[in-house]
Design a protein around this ligand. Sequence first.
Ligand code: ZN
Length: 183
Amino acid sequence: MAQLDSASPSEGEGCPFEPGREQIFPSTPEGDELGMRAAMVLAERAQATGDVPIGAVLAVDGRRFDAWNEKEARPDPTAHAEMIAIAAAARALGRWRIGGILYVTKEPCAMCAGAIAAARIERVVFGCHDPKGGAAGSVVDILGSDVVNHRVAVTGGVLADETAEQLRAFFVAKRRLERWSSG
Ligand code: ZN
């Protein structure tokens, strides 16, 4: 069953960033919450350009790569927070097999889940579930699917209420503004 799983995170061995194996956030429930809070702060930056507030932190080799949703700002349909963080890490580290832990305020979509597997991310920690488009189990489970030959550990629902509220507040304000400007 697991014969294809030899392409697992340990392939990062021998990478030039060995001294940086220390973690930005500890792999504990408390550490997951710290990472999520950092991602939530980044999510706020998306709102300045009318982007849905989703933030991501990719912690790898003792470094962190911060990103937030810039779909409207760029505009670019692929400019989700996760995609931007992965691309930035690949550029900086000089490798596509990135590894590390990704913290993101909302369950990844299908596109991002595919990129997460392709980047060999070791673990994803996400905030609220997305019943409409979540690809980490809510609608489809790409990260657990045989379609991808890399297994990503997933921890969902970290600060679920707070991350959901951040999104809800954005959409409430947006609707209010639309009503105001059309009235
Ligand atoms: Zn996405």
